[in-house]
Design a protein around this ligand. Structure first.
Ligand code: F6R
Ligand code: MG
Ligand code: MG
Length: 365
């Protein structure tokens, strides 16, 4: 049967600061999700969290960017914002950028990753949620999962994967997209996705099919709002097994905590640390950035799960490496490459300092 998986997320208030979600917000989300299931809007739902972000994980028959589903998410976040205000939560309603919902959530603040597909007899899916970083954080792991034989041995020895996959890459600034076919276009694609602040993998497809096997959220809040409103804290979903990366191949890229942009004030580089759901609360210097992985089996659209995929000792070394990398980067204090380059920082005093000092700058011969 054809179903749509929608993951719609927002930060509508942090507990404490930007580190976690208050239980009362969680309850409000579940209350709305349960009602939507009872009313028949949703087949099933689950809820995910990382740091100060909460994700509504939903299955339904309405397709992607559906007005009713998006409005339901908007109304749920609005109701959660009321609770956040009542409990004095930090940044209540921060990701709801417009006054009223119209059409769909594009440009309104909440992030979403959605895909419609024909459910297989057994459909394992991993949903990844990250905090204190941006959508480009998924570029390296997705490259490894679907294109790198040192990560995914299936590309070499599974006849159903050996032809490779197609990647859709968005240019967030030029507002264009392009399809790369791998392995043929590998070097061309790497020229772009190696710049994750601008070029972001949106979908991955099998060759010869337009049905997505992976999808990410790509909204960049600061571009939409024209001012700082927090890093986008992206989500992604990856279908696994039977001609797609095995669950272990889809998790393997995170054994290396690669460097991403985000962390304190959305203005620093830091390691993306894979954590179990117990440890999804960024605290040190508001970080380091982190990712949780929720595993589900889908059955007739029912979300059987989640399993906490990074809550496993085999990720302990990745966490240790992330903490060492965090120590190393922190010692750079306000210097690059810990601090982001000027044009990527979400907080800056540069224009004001420049103005103040303009008469003290003298021409150099
Ligand atoms: C980063 C983040 C935090 C805040 C920081 C300052 O994405 O959410 O690091 O940027 O705590 O927050 P404000 O300016 O709200 O005091
Ligand atoms: Mg926040
Ligand atoms: Mg966040």
């Amino acid at each position: 049967m054809e179903i749509t998986l929608s993951i719609i997320k927002a930060d509508v208030g942090g507990f404490v600061g930007h580190s976690d979600v208050h239980p009362a917000l969680r309850e409000k989300a579940v209350e709305h999700l349960a009602k939507a299931k009872k009313d028949g809007l949703l087949i099933d739902y689950s809820r995910g969290e990382v740091g100060d972000d909460i994700a509504l994980i939903m299955t339904h028959k309405k397709g992607i960017e559906d007005e009713e589903i998006h409005k339901f998410a908007w109304d749920t976040f609005t109701a959660m914002t009321e609770v956040a205000k009542e409990y004095g939560q930090y940044g209540a309603g921060q990701d709801l950028l417009v006054d009223a919902f119209s059409g769909n959530l594009k440009g309104m603040g909440p992030g979403f990753a959605e895909m419609t597909f024909e459910e297989r007899p057994a459909e394992p899916i991993i949903i990844y949620l990250a905090d204190k970083t941006e959508p480009g954080a998924w570029n390296m792991p997705l490259y490894k999962m679907f294109a790198d034989p040192f990560n995914t041995i299936g590309l070499v020895i599974d006849p159903s994967m050996h032809d490779g996959f197609r990647y859709e890459v968005l240019d967030l600034i030029g507002e264009k997209s392009i399809i790369f076919s791998l392995p043929e276009d590998m070097y061309d694609m790497l020229v772009f996705i190696g710049s994750p602040s601008r070029y972001v993998i949106k979908h991955i497809f099998r060759k010869g099919s337009d049905e997505p096997v992976a999808v990410t959220s790509t909204q960049r809040l600061f571009l939409m709002a024209g001012r700082y409103v927090g890093k986008d804290d992206p989500v992604m979903a990856v279908r696994c097994q039977s001609g797609l990366p095995a669950v272990g191949e889809a998790l393997e890229p995170f054994s290396f905590p690669h460097t991403v942009a985000g962390w304190m004030r959305g203005s620093h580089h830091g390691p993306l640390m894979p954590v179990g759901v117990e440890d999804d609360t960024p605290t040190r210097f508001d970080g380091p950035p982190r990712v949780v992985a929720l595993g589900f089996q889908l059955k007739d659209g029912r979300l059987i799960g989640p399993r906490d995929m990074f809550g496993d000792i085999s990720y302990d070394n990745a966490r240790r490496l992330a903490l060492d990398a965090a120590d190393y980067l922190r010692r750079h204090g306000p210097f690059e490459p810990h601090r982001l380059p000027q044009e990527e920082m979400e907080y800056t005093t540069m224009p004001a300092v420049m103005k103040k000092l303009k008469d003290r700058f003298k021409a150099v011969d």
